[in-house]
Design a protein around this ligand. Structure first.
Ligand code: NDP
Ligand code: BG6
Length: 513
């Protein structure tokens, strides 16, 4: 599924649509795809899933016979669902083009069924409606569980007993959180597997669908200049940074039960770390890649309390505006110790990475929104230009930055001579700014992941052993933080975060990028 082309050439249609897919070639007339969004009345469905489906539909990436069903308890007619989702559909693919006709065409394929999440009878009613739309063709059904996790198993039970496909596949995309520690995650896996085989379960981590994260393996494994440097011999530390410039407003109830470590670090940042640090997979096959990710996760040292610091944002007034503190949210207890910020130093005890600190930092209500991977290289041994950098040689080391968002970019900080007489050095960037090089809009992560699930491509979804390895790494630390009631360091809303984050980095001889 990999092709090579000039970046500005027309993008080919997804490859799996051409070959073995039931939705292409001679079988496409007899096959129908039904996508059922469970929790269709919710925030994620409205903001991400329906718009992603429309973008795929607009780009002709969905099969000819596709139907989209919303399912939730809220009472709604088909028309009301269409009105609701039409608010968030955009013509983002080509803003010059009027995509109104396509939008109408897409909306005509959207339907709604109201039902309880634990009612086999209601799912059987859904099944009847699905069959009617499928019109006797082979049916392929993709359920998207966009609901709170406490009802995942009920839905999977009802869907598999009363609404699964009888003559095609049934797949289920499961949204995070997949449990809140090793035990609850194993229990969830055990329960899901009573009704589904592992290859029917698509555990989504939308960070794996982000363009720059997808590109990580290409950068590493298809450029001679990077892979030889990708080890303790040349890399001093690696940083995974996530920050948001808004708080948990509106999601406080969910967030207080999870905290930033479970919400961001244990999944999004750890997944990126695994891709960054894994050994070369045997092939690009999903199982080969996931095998390598599991290996690297299992080589990681258990997190120690002294290698972690936690913070929580407090209210703050600035420029006549007041920003609420985390505990000002009425759905959050006043004495909550839940971290909204955390930093951690992780280590991979294998030959490639022995002794290299992998630092993670994630926080809400900070001064900026960004997600980045920063690779800081070692000093140049016996640097001839040492005196040009004064005493601070750290400033002279190379740094590779992959800016995941916003403004996707890859840049390498190098030392360069300032043009002119004399010898003055300058820190400069070799810069690949995506919007300058690739004029086409970058697809949203959910588009890529939905398409992969339809095509049965599992590479970007989390396998159960990966999930287990990820939880094993974090669970003892999370328990200790909670049992010892470690108080988070407070930081003002909109600031750069707690100062303790710098002490943690300094302890490992690291300066944050
Ligand atoms: P919502 O809280 O909006 O819930 C989705 C729908 O589920 C609601 O519209 C409601 O539908 C139903 N629902 C809500 N609470 C309950 C309950 N206690 N019991 C039964 N049904 C309930 O969730 P989101 O849309 O925000 O998220 C969906 C899933 O995706 C969650 O697992 C979340 O953790 C995950 N997620 C969300 C992200 C986001 O940005 N929102 C980002 C990443 C993951 P009705 O009442 O009509 O049945
Ligand atoms: C979700 C978290 O998984 O990712 C949210 O639950 C967070 O708390 C979101 O805001 C960030 O995603 P993105 O794609 O906006 O960076």
């Amino acid at each position: 599924a990999v092709s090579f082309q000039d970046g500005l050439a027309e993008e080919p249609k997804p490859v799996a649509m051409e070959g073995s897919s039931p939705f292409s070639g001679s079988r496409k007339e007899e096959s129908s795809l039904s996508i059922i969004i469970v929790g269709a009345s919710g925030d994620l469905a409205r903001k991400k899933i329906f718009p992603a489906l429309f973008a795929l539909f607009y780009e002709d990436c969905l099969p000819e016979n596709v139907t989209v069903f919303g399912y939730a308890r809220s009472k709604m007619t088909d028309e009301e669902l269409r009105n609701m989702i039409s608010q968030t559909l955009t013509c983002r693919i080509d803003k010059r083009e009027n995509c109104g006709d396509k939008m109408d065409e897409f909306l005509k394929r959207c339907f709604y069924h109201s039902g309880e999440y634990n009612s086999e009878e209601h799912f059987a009613q859904l099944d009847c409606k699905l069959k009617e739309k499928e019109g006797g063709r082979s049916s392929f059904r993709l359920f998207y569980l966009s609901i709170p996790p406490n009802i995942f198993v009920d839905v999977v039970r009802c869907a598999s007993t009363s609404a699964s496909s009888k003559n095609g596949w049934t797949r289920v995309i499961v949204e995070k959180p997949f449990g809140r520690d090793s035990e609850s995650s194993r229990e969830l896996t055990r329960c899901l597997k009573q009704y589904l085989a592992e290859d029917q379960i698509f555990r989504i981590d939308h960070y794996l669908g982000k363009e720059l994260v997808e590109n990580l393996s290409v950068l590493r494994f298809s450029n001679l200049v990077f892979e030889p440097l990708w080890s303790r011999n040349y890399i001093r530390n690696v940083q995974f940074i996530f920050s948001e410039d808004f708080g948990t407003e509106g999601r406080g109830g969910y967030f207080d039960n999870y905290g930033i470590i479970r919400d961001i670090m244990q999944n999004h940042l750890l997944q990126i770390l695994a891709l960054f640090a894994m050994e070369t997979p045997v092939s690009l096959d999903a199982e080969d890649i996931r095998n390598e990710k599991v290996k690297v996760l299992r080589s990681m040292r258990l997190l120690q309390l002294e290698d972690v610091m936690v913070g929580q944002y407090k209210g703050h007034s600035k420029g006549g505006r007041t920003y609420p503190g985390y505990t000002d949210d009425p759905t959050v207890p006043n004495n909550s110790l839940t971290p909204t910020f955390a930093a951690a130093a992780l280590f991979i005890d294998n030959a490639r990475w022995d002794g290299v600190p992998f630092l993670m930092r994630a926080g809400k209500a900070l001064h900026t929104k960004r997600a980045e991977i920063r690779v800081q290289f070692r000093h140049v041994p016996g640097n001839l230009f040492k005196r040009n950098f004064g005493t601070d040689l750290d400033k002279a080391t190379n740094e590779l930055v992959l800016r995941v968002q916003p403004d996707e970019a890859i840049y390498l900080k190098i030392n360069n001579k300032v043009p002119g007489l004399g010898m003055r050095l300058d820190r400069s960037d070799l810069n690949l700014l995506y919007k300058a090089r690739y004029p086409k809009e970058i697809p949203d992560a959910y588009e890529r992941l939905l398409l992969d699930a339809i095509e049965g491509e599992r590479r970007l979804f989390i396998r159960s052993d990966e999930l287990d390895a990820a939880w094993s790494l974090f669970t003892p630390l999370l328990k200790e933080l909670e049992e010892k009631k470690i108080a988070p360091e407070l930081y003002p809303y909109g600031s750069r975060g707690p100062v303790g984050v710098h002490y943690l980095a300094a302890k490992h001889n690291v300066r944050w990028g």
